[in-house]
Design a binder for this molecule. Structure first.
Ligand SMILES: C[S@@+](CC[C@H](N)C(=O)[O-])C[C@H]1O[C@@H](n2cnc3c(N)ncnc32)[C@H](O)[C@@H]1O
Length: 449
């Protein structure tokens, strides 16, 4: 069967339509004519693989990474970087139209802000653990599969994190520890997490099952790691969940202070293992500058930063606002946000632990009024009660930072009904070579609301 690919979906698969059916074709690019074989068929859609690439895209290129075909990490390395940016913009436009029913004549979707050097950009990596020829190896999940493929070098990571990973692999083979197999829940070591900041500090997270006898071996490992490739702290995370959730609830610091220090736009942030931090530091500054532009603060405003993590956006906004309130569900992140306010000598920001969908309605009922509300939710987007409370506080502007365009589109539609008009959407490429795209959207209160 021949198919013309017209666009890509959120997983980076090529999308084509034939006789009323939608076909998803991994690896295919917009503009390509492909011969396909169906691998999974449903009533209205099917998934297929390319058997023959009849007309390749002029933008098709050779992927840089030798693991690209097997690894689940990147989806778009076969597309020239400038074309990735164009495709991501279209993805944003199509999603806002299809899900949000937005009138693109009224909402400006700007060109994606890309990177000059779109490699080695990640400051964090979660390695999975496997065994190959009796040796413990670190790797990533296979594309669309359950198997872990050992990786020698990831092109999205800085050299230092690649080198550190190889050292850790070597050290792990010197201690007696079994890789965790989440299919039958056996073994001990679940993940190795590496996190690096622009200040050059590196954190190693060792995620294992709860087993007291592991502590001595992990302490030994931690002492060998301290000082290697900038490692300043090693944290043990204990995870007993039988799910794919990466982190468990309990953390024990094995070496160093238990946090690393990041610098964003001149402010310092303490970051623990569990706290969220954007993974592309260069593009984080680009994104936050867009958020600041959308907030357009003049110094006298009250601002809310919902889903505030360690307070990064809140503290940046506090420099230009009368006061800022942050809310976030992870208690450890809020503790860090308070410390971060102190380190940066910011006294007009306060932080609250809780669900945005509970705390925002509470603030609204109390009569609190903010002129600007910033939200930066997880992929699930903002819950309806939180959106209603936001609109109830009648801010002049809402700044919506989104890592998922589909939920952004849904929430923009809801906010329109609640009296807020999206004015512009600025996509920022935080994750080159993957299908993900981050957006910053500026909404203004309609005159009548
Ligand atoms: C995309 S991150 C944004 C963090 C921060 N704004 C930043 O840029 O570093 C989303 C944050 O929302 C938090 N979160 C998730 N669900 C939440 C909820 N229902 N209420 C409040 N915070 C939530 C997560 O813990 C995470 O820190």
């Amino acid at each position: 069967m021949k198919l013309i690919i017209t666009d890509i979906n959120h997983q980076g698969e090529g999308v084509g339509r034939l006789a009323g059916k939608v076909y998803f074709v991994p690896g295919a690019l917009p503009g390509e004519e492909v011969e396909i074989e169906v691998t999974e068929e449903k009533k209205s859609w099917a998934r297929a693989r390319i058997i023959n690439l009849h007309v390749p895209s002029a933008e098709r290129c050779q992927p840089h990474c030798p693991y690209f075909e097997q690894c689940g990490g990147c989806q778009l390395q076969q597309l020239a970087y400038s074309a990735q940016l164009a495709v991501k913009r279209e993805l944003v436009q199509n999603t806002l139209k299809r899900i949000g029913k937005l009138d693109l004549g009224k909402v400006e979707v700007r060109s994606v802000l890309g990177m000059v050097e779109p490699w080695q950009y990640r400051n964090k990596v979660v390695w999975h653990v496997t065994k190959v020829n009796r040796r413990l190896r670190l790797g990533f999940f296979q594309r669309g599969g359950q198997q872990i493929i050992p990786i020698d070098y990831c092109l999205l990571l800085p050299l230092r994190l690649n080198q550190l990973k190889n050292k850790i692999e070597h050290l792990l083979n010197e201690i007696n520890i079994l890789p965790y197999d989440w299919r039958n829940h056996t073994g001990q070591l679940r993940h190795i997490i590496l996190r690096q900041t622009v200040t050059g500090q590196v954190m190693v997270g060792l995620v294992t099952v709860p087993e007291v006898s592991l502590k001595r071996r992990l302490m030994e490992l931690a002492s060998k790691l301290l000082g290697e490739e900038g490692v300043t702290t090693v944290v043990w995370n204990i995870n007993q969940q039988k799910t794919r959730e990466i982190l468990g609830r309990e953390n024990q610091t094995l070496a160093g202070p238990g946090f690393i220090e990041e610098e964003i736009l001149g402010l310092k942030f303490q970051v623990s293992l569990a706290a969220f931090l954007q993974v592309n530091p260069r593009q984080t500054e680009v994104l936050y500058q867009q958020a600041a532009g959308a907030a357009a603060l003049s110094g006298g405003e009250k601002v809310i930063d919902a889903y505030c993590g360690v307070g990064s956006i809140a503290l940046l906004m506090a420099r230009q606002a009368a006061e800022v309130r942050g809310v976030e569900v992870v208690a450890e992140a809020i503790a860090a946000a308070r410390v971060n306010a102190t380190i940066n000598r910011i006294t007009n920001a306060s932080f609250r632990v809780g669900l945005a969908e509970k705390i925002l309605p509470e603030w609204e009922r109390e009569g609190y009024r903010a002129q600007v509300i910033v939200v930066d939710p997880p992929r699930a987007g903002v819950e309806l009660p939180a959106l209603q409370a936001m609109a109830g506080m009648k801010p002049e502007r809402i700044v919506y930072v989104a890592c998922d365009v589909a939920t952004l589109a849904r929430d923009l539609a809801r906010l329109q009904e609640l009296g807020y008009e999206p004015k512009w959407v600025q996509p920022v490429d935080m994750f080159p070579h993957t299908a993900h795209v981050e957006c910053c959207c500026c909404l203004k209160r309609k005159k009548w609301s």
